[in-house]
Design a protein around this ligand. Structure first.
Ligand SMILES: Cc1cc2nc3c(=O)[nH]c(=O)nc-3n(C[C@H](O)[C@H](O)[C@H](O)COP(=O)(O)OP(=O)(O)OC[C@H]3O[C@@H](n4cnc5c(N)ncnc54)[C@H](O)[C@@H]3O)c2cc1C
Length: 447
């Protein structure tokens, strides 16, 4: 395909957000007689799925303590359910299994899921939780659990298959997707700071609107656009926290236990829900019985034919390197720095055995292949979806985002001069205005 020199809309990044935005925008332009997919160009410096979306575990859930996140996720689940085959979506459900310190938070999530009509079941008390879990998975043995939130919707999707499903829908509407086109900067107008053209390694593209959907590379683009590197944040009592870094990296740790995925079926032979366990019970090694941690810890897992085993992860860790010095490339499994090591394998496999007897003694089947990757987080670890420089829309999901397939639909509305109530709580101005989301007691930065 020849490199275009002009496109009304340039979308940077062919991950879940760039592709979903392209598809929905093309459909809306066409429906409203204002153009169509031919007005949209998606560029990616590598290829479809070269970023976080291509390595994500693919878990789709709604258990968020923050009302705004929950409502947004309910909309996203509807988009997943709209074409399960194209998105390779498996609606097996999702379980948040928690200790007493999270009981009240999860109870309130359950109440609010009921209020928005999102189907889930809530089980309380050690014995009832144990019975409920054993009714589904007979070998359940996790300790320190006092509540189970069982979301009947949600589940997981196969990461790259879903992306190609989105790309096909966009291309069928005339969207052009170009790989190997790296954005290196922007030109701006003489009398405004609006972007007039996008500079790339393959030439300049003049445009009217830019959408930045670059996942972990967002800090690079933030710098290109000369947006503030720090923010002041108004706290609950009106006090200002000054000069907080806008971005920081966390490294996500995931991997696969190379057993037959069919080892993990329910008592009646079905695919089980995605399991997420947080607990403060001590975790001991499944290899030698030594103590791994007596602090709060958490893991998630699911059988996955694509990954070829039981796939999942644990809590991420903060990358302490200053944000501008973090080596994002090569990304994901190709990174020499940000892949999981033996410590993760030991912890995660021991945690699987802690939860279910069938995983005891299986650590030797750990798939010793590179996995995991970086995520770029905002100051409060919640997304920023907003306009900057007049015509630049930034989709920065703070690593919540593979499951957020519906955000592109709402962004498309906003690009066509609408306004989305679901996106409103995620504006950049919330930091200065103190319109912050409530925080939970989960050990994960995104719950
Ligand atoms: C290991 C891991 C597991 C995860 N698991 C889950 C999960 O189970 N569920 C969930 O909901 N979320 C999960 N996430 C988070 C989720 O993957 C991300 O939030 C989401 O995929 C981000 O999507 P995106 O479209 O914004 O960016 P990406 O998918 O990262 O796409 C950005 C694209 O931009 C391109 N790009 C970058 N710079 C340039 C440039 N200069 N010019 C042109 N193109 C450029 C890249 O090549 C890339 O293809 C996980 C993340 C990681 C790292």
């Amino acid at each position: 395909m020849a490199m275009p020199t002009q496109a009304k809309y340039v979308i940077i990044g062919a991950g879940i957000h760039g592709l979903s935005t392209a598809w929905h925008l093309a459909a809306k332009l066409e429906a409203q007689g204002q153009g169509g997919g031919q007005d949209i160009l998606v560029v990616d410096k590598t290829a479809i799925g070269a970023g976080a979306s291509g390595i994500a575990c693919g878990v789709v859930r709604n258990n968020y303590y923050q009302p705004a996140m929950r409502e947004l996720m309910a909309q996203c689940v509807e988009v997943w359910e709209s074409d399960m085959e194209a998105f390779s979506y498996h609606p097996v459900g999702y379980m948040q299994i928690s200790p007493e310190s999270m009981h009240a938070d999860v109870a309130s999530i359950f109440e609010q899921q009921k209020a928005i009509g999102y189907e889930s079941e809530f089980i309380e008390g050690t014995d009832d939780c144990d019975t409920y879990m054993k009714d589904i998975l007979h070998d359940w043995q996790a300790k320190g659990i006092t509540s189970v939130l069982h979301e009947k919707r949600g589940g997981y999707a196969n990461n790259t298959k879903a992306l190609y499903g989105l790309a096909t829908k966009a291309e069928n509407l005339g969207v052009r997707i170009m790989s190997g086109v790296e954005v290196t900067g922007f030109n701006q107008g003489h009398n405004s700071d609006a972007v007039t053209s996008v500079l790339t390694n393959k030439g300049e593209i003049t445009c009217e609107q830019v959408v930045i959907a670059v996942g972990p590379w967002v800090n690079t683009f933030w710098n290109m656009l000369e947006l503030p590197k720090t923010v002041d944040i108004k706290g609950p009592n009106g006090q200002m926290a000054k000069d907080i870094d806008m971005w920081r990296y966390w490294c996500l740790e995931e991997g696969t236990l190379g057993v037959e995925p069919g080892l993990q079926v329910t008592n009646d032979g079905k695919m089980p829900p995605v399991i997420h366990v947080d607990t403060d019970a001590p975790l001991y090694s499944d290899e030698d019985g030594s103590l791994i941690t007596d602090q709060m810890w958490g893991i998630y897992y699911k059988p996955d034919l694509n990954f070829g085993g039981i796939q999942g992860g644990a809590m991420p860790y903060v990358v302490k390197t200053p944000v501008d010095e973090v080596a994002i490339d090569p990304y994901g499994p190709d990174s020499p720095d940000f892949i999981v090591g033996d410590d993760f394998a030991h912890m995660w496999c021991s945690a699987l055995a802690f939860c279910q007897k069938r995983f005891e003694g299986k650590i030797k089947l750990w798939k010793d292949e590179p996995s995991g990757g970086l995520g770029c987080f905002t100051p409060d670890s919640f997304p920023v979806f907003d306009r900057f420089r007049e015509n630049v829309y930034v989709i920065a999901d703070s690593n919540h985002g593979y499951k957020m397939i519906g955000v592109g639909k709402l962004v498309a509305d906003e690009l066509m001069n609408g306004s989305s109530a679901l996106l409103e709580p995620f504006r950049f101005s919330r930091y200065a205005e103190g319109k912050l989301h409530p925080t939970s007691n989960s050990p994960f930065p995104w719950s």
